[in-house]
Write a protein that binds this ligand. Structure first.
Ligand code: AMP
Length: 176
């Protein structure tokens, strides 16, 4: 991926002040989704990173992780597993509590989403404090999945989210 396209992606991410709460600068990725060249480029960043990893499942985190994750799974020809906020999944689930930059919540995954020993890459649009993805990592491990890496389009490095994810390897493409 050229440095130029990465800079274009960075420029397209829109800062929205005080959303969803006062003091939060929300990184809005809808301008990336909206642009056919940038949307494809964002998916390609994940795909390049996944090359050679022998992945069985892509896990996407509610809700923007679904947008990137399903496209990546489709292109890799592997299954996609959603991890959702509590109360959205219809079948039997595993549950993990977490705290995020703006509040507290629980994440859920279907008990049959991942089979023991499957090689999994988890992805989301943004890594902030790491609470959400750390909870997702707990769910993946509970079902016996082998979590190879957590990947994010954006990382807010000043929140040190990757510490929460240790020892899971973390990759991010746009660092702030
Ligand atoms: P965290 O658990 O703090 O790492 O938060 C990560 C989750 O919350 C991801 O699913 C993000 O989409 C969302 N999120 C947290 N902070 C922001 C932010 N400043 N801008 C956009 N999304 C955010």
């Amino acid at each position: 991926m050229s440095a130029d396209i990465v800079e274009k992606l960075r420029a397209a991410v829109r800062d929205v002040a005080d959303f969803p709460k006062k003091g939060i600068v929300f990184k809005d990725i809808t301008p990336v989704l909206n642009d056919p060249v940038l949307f494809r480029a964002s998916i390609d960043l994940f795909l390049e990173r996944c090359r050679g990893m022998k992945i069985d499942k892509i896990v996407g985190i509610d809700a923007r992780g679904f947008l990137f994750g399903s496209a990546v799974a489709y292109e890799l020809g592997v299954g996609f597993v959603p991890i959702r906020k509590r109360g959205k999944l219809p079948y039997t689930t595993e549950v993990a509590k977490y705290s995020l930059e703006y509040g507290e919540a629980e994440m859920e995954m279907h008990i049959d989403g991942i089979r023991a020993g499957e090689r999994v890459v988890m992805l989301d649009d943004l890594l902030a404090t790491g609470g959400t993805s750390a909870a997702a990592a707990v769910l993946i491990r509970k079902t016996g999945g082998h979590l190879l890496e957590a990947q994010f389009l954006i990382e807010l490095q000043f929140l040190h989210g990757r510490k929460q994810l240790e020892p899971t390897p973390v990759a991010s493409f746009l660092k702030y």
